[in-house]
Design a protein around this ligand. Structure first.
Ligand SMILES: Cc1cc2nc3c(=O)[nH]c(=O)nc-3n(C[C@H](O)[C@H](O)[C@H](O)COP(=O)(O)OP(=O)(O)OC[C@H]3O[C@@H](n4cnc5c(N)ncnc54)[C@H](O)[C@@H]3O)c2cc1C
Length: 489
């Protein structure tokens, strides 16, 4: 092997694993990518059924080509292509009316003004001005706005340790503003806004608005890891599907390779794990790690789950807004996430729908389309939560059929993916949506680093080393690992 080239094993071909494998191979290393499933992409994958190509989950990509997913693709000369969304979609506020969601800061003004005039959402402008001026003064407000617009990392780290709710209360007590941000918090991080880190959430919101490039990949969600692994194989990398890593081999405090479930040992100069921080610790063996690291990792929390109902439709349904639709319930009882606290089922339930064939018509047979409905729920896999998530899906489905009655008559097939399916897909004990929760104490400087206490063992994916929405933090984490481990350009 040429001098300077490393033998690297990557365990897991989710977005993070596929991206880091392709980046490191492109830099001239000799990389072996092992994936326990027979397919790649982890949570961000697709499957075919009766001529439909359906996302396993429910993905929209915050910055597409202009974010880290596009950056990885450019660096490896990949073939990933995107369709962008204008506008982002529509929300319906029960008892209020329609709100068109802007995909960038420019359109926020006319769409926001239209919703205000029609009384759909009326943020209390005077309440906000009065409280902001009282707490910050004019110069303080200008300074805060400027730092937020720049996504100034020092500023974000300063507000990482307070919740989005707490941050908002410094500026406004206004109900509609809080409600709006609570919904965004769920959509971006699947964490309730009373727990979500203000720094993380505002980073997600502002980078998305600045990029103005909300997107979906042509060919479906699977094409992201698909394009990365095509470039990886083109550059000489080895990929093995259906190959589960049973153990990460450690000697004298250094990672030496992996052992597969079949008992094969694959030696390596470095191991990168995409299995998630908790599962990686299990693969290493807790006894190999400092006790304080084990207790720190055990204390980390996962995001909530997003339960999915998929529908193959025998016709197109133009009454459902293009790309993305969110129904927002009327009562605070059902305000996103609150109902999770007492395990009740709200009368009026929020739900979200995406229509991937609006981005790429070839994802459904001619004249047909796919609907994906998502609804939040608890993520720990146990019989009680499985049953509760099922009831939440029933309730959201009823609400959706009431709102769009024609759906019921045109379903060709339907499938559900709850926490047990997501957990089986990733091999993690939990069926969470994103990975680690982007809550106070787990983001920015407090996010787990990509380095582990074991020399030459690295973490990649949404659990370590980056900010942003789901897949984008996994890709950003891969860029970071490839920089630290490979050529620093
Ligand atoms: C319902 C739902 C909706 C979502 N919506 C969005 C969205 O709209 N936008 C967005 O950006 N993100 C969204 N996400 C989140 C996003 O999918 C994840 O954050 C992201 O894909 C995680 O990537 P990852 O690289 O961390 O790993 P994962 O997807 O967790 O993949 C890890 C891979 O490692 C493999 N693996 C694990 N253990 C082993 C082992 N021992 N040996 C070999 N292989 C192993 C697994 O099989 C898997 O393929 C959503 C997720 C879900 C479930």
């Amino acid at each position: 092997m040429a001098k300077g080239r490393k033998r690297i094993v990557v365990a897991g071909a989710g977005i993070g694993g596929a991206a880091v494998a392709a980046l490191l191979q492109h830099q001239g290393n000799q990389v072996t990518l092992l994936e326990r499933n027979s397919y790649i992409g982890g949570k961000c994958t697709s499957f075919e059924k009766d001529g439909f190509v359906s996302d396993y989950a429910f993905h929209i990509f915050s910055r597409g080509e202009k974010g880290p997913l596009g950056d990885v693709n450019r660096r490896i000369d990949g073939d990933l292509r995107w369709r962008t969304t204008h506008p982002a979609g529509r929300w319906y506020f029960s008892g209020g009316g329609w709100f068109t969601v802007p995909d960038n800061a420019f359109w926020a003004i006319p769409y926001g003004a239209s919703a205000y005039v029609r009384g759909v959402i009326r943020p209390g402008i005077f309440n906000t001005l009065r409280k902001s001026l009282k707490n910050y003064g004019v110069m303080g407000m200008v300074d805060t706005a400027f730092k937020l617009a720049q996504t100034d990392e020092t500023f974000l780290q300063g507000i990482d340790n307070i919740s989005l709710q707490e941050f908002l209360y410094q500026f406004t007590d206004d109900g509609p503003t809080h409600r709006f941000m609570a919904i965004f918090s769920y959509l971006a991080t699947v964490v309730h806004y009373s727990e979500a880190s203000a720094g993380e959430l505002l980073y997600c919101l502002i980078t998305q608005m600045r990029a103005g490039s909300l997107s979906y990949p042509i060919g479906g969600a699977r094409e992201i890891a698909g394009s990365y692994t095509r470039a990886f194989v083109r550059d000489g990398g080895t990929i093995r599907r259906g190959c589960k890593v049973k153990r990460i081999l450690v000697k004298d405090g250094k990672a030496r390779g992996v052992e597969t479930e079949e008992g094969e040992e694959i030696p390596a100069d470095a191991v990168v794990s995409n299995a998630g921080i908790k599962s990686t610790m299990d693969l290493v063996g807790h006894e190999q790690l400092p006790a304080e690291y084990v207790s720190y990792v055990n204390g980390l929390k996962y995001s909530l789950a997003a339960n999915i109902v998929r529908y193959g439709m025998d016709c197109r349904l133009p009454e459902i807004p293009r790309h993305f639709f969110q129904y927002v319930e009327k009562d605070d009882e059902g305000l996103v996430g609150c109902f999770l606290k007492d395990r009740s089922i709200p009368k009026d339930k929020s739900f979200a729908v995406i229509k991937p064939a609006d981005w790429d018509p070839y994802l459904a047979p001619l004249g047909k389309e796919i609907l994906l409905m998502g609804v939040a729920g608890p993520s720990t896999v146990n019989p009680e939560n499985i049953e509760y998530n099922d009831r939440l899906m029933d309730c959201a489905e009823r609400q959706m059929f009431d709102f769009f009655p024609r759906i019921k008559d045109h379903i060709q097939w339907t499938q559900r993916a709850g926490i047990q399916q997501t957990s089986a897909l990733t091999g993690r004990p939990s069926g969470e949506c994103v990975g680690l929760a982007q809550c106070v104490g787990q983001t920015g400087a407090k996010k787990p680093t990509v380095k582990t206490p074991i020399k030459d063992l690295w973490l990649v994916g949404s659990d370590a080393g980056a900010r942003g929405i789901g897949t984008e933090q996994a890709a950003a984490s891969a860029l970071y690992v490839s920089y630290l481990l490979g050529d620093r350009s």
